[in-house]
Write a protein that binds this ligand. Sequence first.
Ligand code: 5GP
Ligand code: MN
Length: 340
Amino acid sequence: MSSGALCTGTSPAAAVLAPLGRDGGRALMLGHVHPDADVLGTLLALGLALEARGWSVTYGGPHPAPPALDFLPGVERYRRLATLDGAFDVAVLTDCPNPQRTEGLIEQARRASAVVLNIDHHPDNRRYGDVNWIDLSAAATGEMVYELLLALEAPLTPAIATNLFTAVHTDTGSFRYSNVTPRTFRIAAALVAAGAEPAFVSQALYERRAPDALRWLGEALRRIEVSDEGRLAWLALPSDGVEEALVESEELVNYPRSIATVRVACLFRERGREVKVSLRGKGDVDVQRIAAEFGGGGHRNAAGCTVDGPLAEAMRRVLAAVRRALAERKGPSAASEAAR
Ligand code: 5GP
Ligand code: MN
């Protein structure tokens, strides 16, 4: 692991700007596994801004962009990468706390690039870059890349603004989560002024379901289980019962989370021998710590991990860890009261 420069401000330090400031060069915009809108929107926004300054930019990562995000301007440039061709002046990773989430591409990027720039807002970021800009106060990496483009005096085109607006939109649950700050709205306002269209983004994200998708969604939601006096709810999807593309396009974990009494919500998705787990909290239990027990990570209120199957065994282990966290949170007196 490299021990590069660490910057933590809301605006990018000189060390962050230095590798991007010149006119022209070769840049790699490297995404992590299963890239979401915060990853793709920021990589595309920064890449498009560099291209406008004469840079040649390669966009990609271990997995392709999901069809649900096919509306992001420039996303057709983002490719699945197995190996990297040529040399780069800078490789940029956004929203990627753990270099292992690149499935080995980070090692290639290190060899091929003069500078690895790590831009992230996750508390468990491993600081694997030559330059690491970690702003825990940012609701999305989209806010950070907005500040970066401002500092670089890059023009905010409608395409760039749409990418950044979508990044902020999705990481804040459409501006609903506790990570939203006045700055989030200031940045969103600037992005809309620059040409991002909120109605277009909302429709593209939430109103492009196939005709039979709601029937399928209804069937999936029937599987939700609630326990522990309503404080824990989960949804488990075996690999044979559901279509992966539908699961990918729905934030399913938000449904168990939406129950009033729920403190921790879980989604279990069986994928072959592995089970992908999404965890959501509402502020009183740190779900990132639970995910970390299983080698995963994330934020206090939104985290995930991948654990070995079969599904029932994965659920047993993770739900036990969630119950331990809930019991700790409740404290001994409340716990004994509940036991009466
Ligand atoms: P989601 O549940 O939407 O996949 O992810 C929620 C948050 O947890 C995101 O910030 C994401 O980066 C993180 N996360 C999800 N899965 C994993 C994982 O397997 N490993 C790590 N380190 N973080 C994860
Ligand atoms: Mn993010």
